[in-house]
Design a protein around this ligand. Structure first.
Ligand code: UFG
Length: 330
């Protein structure tokens, strides 16, 4: 049995490919390399450069490789960009997912794991951890585009013999503990990426977007999950579908949060660099606090996080960022 990973040349996808290879699975990656890198795909996996929106091409790929399970990471992920380019997000994330899902149904794929997001919840009513049963009120085209794919999967699984797992990511960070892959995206906007780049003098300084939020130190709180714990959840979700023949929708986070200032302080401490940080106005669209209730993943899949430690997350991110230029020449 072979597994297909869409977006396997990207940040989370490349970690998934390593996890699958480590487990002895046979892996094909499809990626159009719009933001990913061919060097991020291990040579043991078969990289096919192509577009998941091309249904005929994907059907042929699925059939010729006898693919039974699909991990779908390919997509666009920057919330503010989705606000300025909604149609681009609906094309990449919703329309192309529809083509991929149609190809999977046509080719007899049995298990489909989808990279969803906490953005499907919008701003939670309270600062308590959000559970999967919370109201779904996305506040951006990005969140809408992902929620629409969740809806398609639910309806498709009711009509066809394909099970799905929708995994709603909170704030993914860190890098492979063995140093094999990491966050390599250019012009990334995520907090830990930006802070590690600033610590390594790749940026002159960084901003804290708002220090007047109703939190203990005035900055926003997020649930940062190590990418290796995240891909482990994906692997467990695949096993769950293979053996239990059930669908699953689950949060991926640790159940506790850190403020922006806590993260920056940790990056300063781990790097030993007291880099310049300025406070800027609030960034439009930022929720005060988003933390996962992760009970479902723990109870249903027996998921046991190994890297629930901000210091370790930052250490791995920093080490990757430090080696990145030498690998990628960027
Ligand atoms: N932040 C800064 N300075 C920076 C970058 C970020 O202060 O240079 C702050 C943001 O304002 C926010 C926090 O750090 O308060 C986290 O911001 P990120 O951009 O790292 O991540 P987001 O929480 O905005 O978004 C992430 C994912 C989305 C997902 C969302 C769900 O990137 O894909 O979590 O909660 F939808």
């Amino acid at each position: 049995m072979t597994v297909l990973v869409t977006g396997g040349a990207g940040y989370i996808g490349s970690h998934m490919v390593w996890r699958l290879l480590d487990a002895g699975e046979k892996v094909v990656v499809v990626d159009r390399l719009s933001t990913g890198f061919d060097w991020a795909v291990p040579s043991e996996a078969n990289l096919v450069i192509g577009d998941i929106g091309d249904q005929t091409f994907v059907e042929e790929l699925l059939r010729s490789n006898e693919i039974r399970s699909v991990f779908h990471f390919a997509g666009s992920i920057v919330v503010p960009e989705s606000v300025s380019d909604p149609l681009g997000y609906y094309l990449n994330n919703t329309v192309n997912s529809r083509s991929l899902i149609a190809a999977c149904v046509q080719s007899g794929v049995q298990e489909f794991v989808f990279s969803s997001t906490a953005a499907v919840y919008g701003t939670p009513d309270a600062m308590d951890p959000v559970s999967e049963t919370a109201s779904l009120r996305p506040e951006s085209p990005y969140g809408n585009s992902k929620l629409m794919t969740e809806m398609m999967l639910r309806d498709v699984s009711a009509a066809h013999p394909m099970h799905h797992a929708c995994l709603r990511y909170f704030n993914v960070a860190g890098a492979d503990p063995l140093g094999r892959t990491g966050q390599s995206t250019q012009n990334a906007t995520h907090l830990i990426k930006v802070a590690t780049q600033t610590a390594l003098s790749k940026r002159p300084d960084m901003q804290v977007f708002g220090s007047d939020y109703p939190t203990p130190d005035g900055t926003c709180v997020r649930d940062y999950i190590h990418v290796s714990d995240l891909v482990e959840a994906h692997y467990l979700a695949l096993q769950h579908m293979r053996t239990e023949k059930q669908n699953l929708t689950a949060n991926c986070g640790y159940g506790h949060g850190h403020s922006v200032l806590e993260v920056i302080d940790m990056v300063k401490r781990v790097s030993g660099s007291d880099f310049p940080v300025a406070v800027s106005p609030r960034r439009p669209g930022d929720a005060v606090s988003i933390v996962a209730n992760a009970d479902l993943l723990k109870n249903q899949l027996n998921w046991q996080p190994r890297y629930d430690d901000l210091e370790l997350i930052v250490k791995h991110a920093l080490r990757w960022e430090d080696t990145l230029d030498r690998r990628n020449n960027i």
